[in-house]
Design a protein around this ligand. Structure first.
Ligand code: BTN
Length: 260
């Protein structure tokens, strides 16, 4: 890969699986940078990777911190032709793509904690944050970002005791560039699928098979602060979580409860 140096900030450009990849040493937040690009112009299929983020964003307004070069921190700007109602399937596409990449590259197959965390024995390996640009009822763009803990000490401070890193799981060094290429290749496959109903069904079916949540008792904190508790029974065709009694959850923070 060619490296161009611009002052102290190195920028590395490449194309992977149809995505234009820009790798920088530092960003405030790769999600924020690509959201700004999405609002500015027609860019699409862009990936921004940062060795370090000074203002990394997590879900529900949380921060996402990771030591420099310890994680794979990246976002993808994409413009899928899908209704706003299923825009969240883009996050599932990225989570599944990363799950498959961890398996093929490191021999580690994490589970999918609903909605889109990658976990191993209930410890978080990666988190996904999607942010959309919507005009009227049209989905203009989705920026989906992932923080994947690669090296020990990568864990964001707020989840340090419940997180795990890929190298600790596989016991050997993992090249972040190879990992990214593998994630993007699988993500491209799933993005292609989600523009058709049959492909959406295939994605949700895979999410069911890889789920670490289904069959567990969970508590779910909804966006209004209320909490539901029950057995996680299924995902519906749109990827929503179905709790026992048919309670449908579209958005929320899940805790897997102990079964004993
Ligand atoms: C979560 O809360 O679990 C989601 C975390 C998502 C973090 C990633 S790191 C790369 C991208 N840029 C950000 O600012 N956030 C996402």
């Amino acid at each position: 890969m060619a490296v161009r140096r611009i002052g102290v900030r190195h920028v590395d450009m490449n194309e992977v699986a149809g995505y234009q990849v820009e790798w920088v040493s530092e960003s405030g937040s790769t999600n924020a940078d690509l959201l700004a690009a999405a609002r500015r112009g027609p860019d699409t299929n862009r990936v921004l990777v940062a060795d370090y983020q000074s203002a990394g964003r997590g879900r529900r307004g949380r921060t996402w911190d990771a030591a420099p070069e310890s994680s794979l921190l990246f976002s993808v700007l994409t413009r899928p032709e899908i209704p706003v109602a299923v825009a969240h399937l883009v996050t599932t596409a990225l989570a599944l793509g990363a799950l498959e990449a961890c398996d093929s590259l490191a021999g580690v197959r994490p589970g999918l904690k609903w909605p889109n965390d990658l976990v191993v024995e209930d410890r978080k390996l990666a988190g996904v944050l999607a942010e959309s640009v919507v005009a009227g009822d049209r989905l203009e763009a989705v920026v989906v970002g992932m923080g994947l803990n690669v090296r020990t000490g990568a864990a964001p401070s707020e989840v340090a005791d419940t997180a795990v890193a890929l190298e600790d799981l596989c016991g050997s060094a993992v090249d972040r560039r190879e990992l990214l290429a593998s994630v993007l290749t699988r993500f491209a496959y799933w993005m292609n699928q989600i523009e058709a109903a049959a492909g959406q069904a295939e994605l949700v079916d895979s999410a069911r098979q890889e789920s670490a949540t289904l069959g567990r008792r969970v508590s779910v904190e909804l966006s209004d602060g209320s909490v539901l508790e029950g057995l996680a029974e299924d995902l519906d065709g749109q990827g929503a979580l179905i709790l026992e009694g048919g309670v449908r959850v579209v958005e929320g923070d899940v805790v897997h409860l102990r079964s004993d």
